[in-house]
Structures are given as C-alpha cells and as structure tokens.
Ligand binder design. Structure first.
Ligand SMILES: N[C@@H](CCC(=O)N[C@@H](CS)C(=O)NCC(=O)O)C(=O)O
Length: 231
C-alpha cells in the first residue's frame, strides 16, 4: 500500500497528493498528530532528513516534496517528451514553489486582510508570467504538448489562491482554462471529491503543526509558547 505520512492537512504534502491522484495511485493518508507519533516515525529511520512528508511507495521511502513529485512525474509520464519539455517543467515548477509558499503561509498571518494582500501581491508578480508562458507554449499546457507535473502543481497552487481570492484569475484567461482542465483530470476530480482531501488550512491546522513539532505559534495567537517544551 502507498502511504503518505504528514500532518493532518494539506501543507507540503498536497502536491504529492495531486500527483498520486493524476497517476490514479490509491494511497492512504497517515496523519501524524502528536510529538510521540513524529518521534516514532523518525525512529523508523525512514526520514533521511527527519522531515515530512514521507511517501512510502514501490518499496521506497521518498522524502522532499520536490523529489517526490518528480518521481511520480517520471513514473506516470508527466515530465514532458523531450529534454526541453523537462527543463520547462522544472523551471515552471520552481516558480510555482515560490508562488505557492505565500498561500501555504496564509493561515499563519495575523488577519485575513493581511493574508489576502500578500496573495494579491504575489499573484501580480507571478500570474502574468505564468500566463505568458502558456501563451508562448501554445498547447494550453506549461511544457510541450501534453499535461505535465508542472501543470498539476500550478493548478494546485491556483486552487489554493482561489479559496482566498475568488476573482484572482479574472485577467489571466489561459491560467483559468489550465486550472479547470487539470481539475477535470479523472484522478484529480475523484481525489478532490474524496474524504482524503483535507480542508483549507485554518487556525486548527496552525495549532496542530505547532503541537506536533513542539514549536511556537505565530505571535498573534494566544499563549504562543504553549507547545514549546520548558527546558
Ligand atoms: N523541502 C522540504 C521541507 C520539508 C519540511 O520542512 N517539513 C516540515 C513539515 S512541513 C518538517 O518536517 N519539519 C520538521 C523538521 O524540519 O525537523 C520538502 O519540501 O519536503
């Protein structure tokens, strides 16, 4: 069985879930919900850098989300058809990682208004550039003639932006079409309807992570050091 170990939420595991979904690989979410569970997972020796996500698949222990999505891209033929396609996949996916970081941090911001302002600023920088890439490539996808993992991670990030800012794709019609197209992929459509899809991150998720990692909460939250062990 393919198992994905991570917190009980999307975070840095979500691109892996979308790549498993497009590959139509059945998987089990293995939520790590306590510091003891994380210590036990670390004690297995399966985490080369002591970090999650961890994907157990094909008898391997995969770490580092960027490496995991590329493994799944190669496995399913989602890495383009030429070296140039693969290069574009990597360049777009690199930019998407920078773009997605802001939406991953949104739930950690002191107010919704601050989070939304940061998302608009980030979209203004990257949105038109992704749109230009789609226009130049001409196939409707980011690299080559077919869907690749770059399209999948871009659509995943756009979906998260849309949850905060409903109208953000108003001036980027090619991005909107790409987003809809990826969401219609049968494996992804099924995953998004399933119970395996966690809700967007809120305060509960921020608290969960701090409690599992035993680290401080954002300073705007009450008693921010409540999970930090007293030494
Ligand atoms: N570059 C890594 C980052 C992984 C990462 O920072 N994981 C966090 C949880 S989101 C973690 O395990 N932190 C505990 C630690 O670093 O010891 C990836 O994308 O997988």
């Amino acid at each position: 069985m393919t198992r994905l170990h991570y917190f009980k939420g999307r975070g840095r595991a979500e691109t892996t879930r979308w790549m498993l979904a497009i590959n139509q690989i059945a998987f089990e979410n293995m939520p790590v919900e306590t510091p003891e569970a994380l210590a036990a997972l670390r004690a297995t020796g399966k985490l080369p850098f002591d970090q999650m996500p961890l994907l157990e698949i094909d008898g391997l222990n995969l770490s580092q989300s960027t490496a995991i999505i590329r493994y799944l891209a190669r496995r399913g033929g989602y890495y383009g058809e030429s070296d140039e396609d693969a290069l574009w996949c990597d360049m777009v996916a690199g930019a998407v990682a920078d773009f997605a970081e802001t939406v991953m941090q949104a739930a950690f911001q002191p107010t919704k208004e601050i989070a939304i302002a940061a998302l608009h600023a980030r979209f203004e920088k990257f949105g038109p550039r992704f749109e230009k890439r789609l226009a130049e490539n001409g196939s409707g996808f980011c690299a080559g003639a077919r869907i690749t993992f770059a399209d999948v991670v871009l659509a995943e990030a756009l979906s998260a932006y849309l949850e905060w800012c409903r109208d953000i794709l108003g001036n980027t019609p090619l991005l909107e079409v790409l987003h809809d197209r990826v969401l219609r992929e049968p494996g992804i459509a099924r995953y998004l309807r399933s119970e395996q899809r966690y809700p967007m991150a809120g305060n509960d998720y921020v608290i969960d992570i701090a409690s599992v990692l035993q680290r401080a909460l954002p300073t705007h939250m009450p008693d921010p050091n409540r999970f930090v062990p007293v030494r």
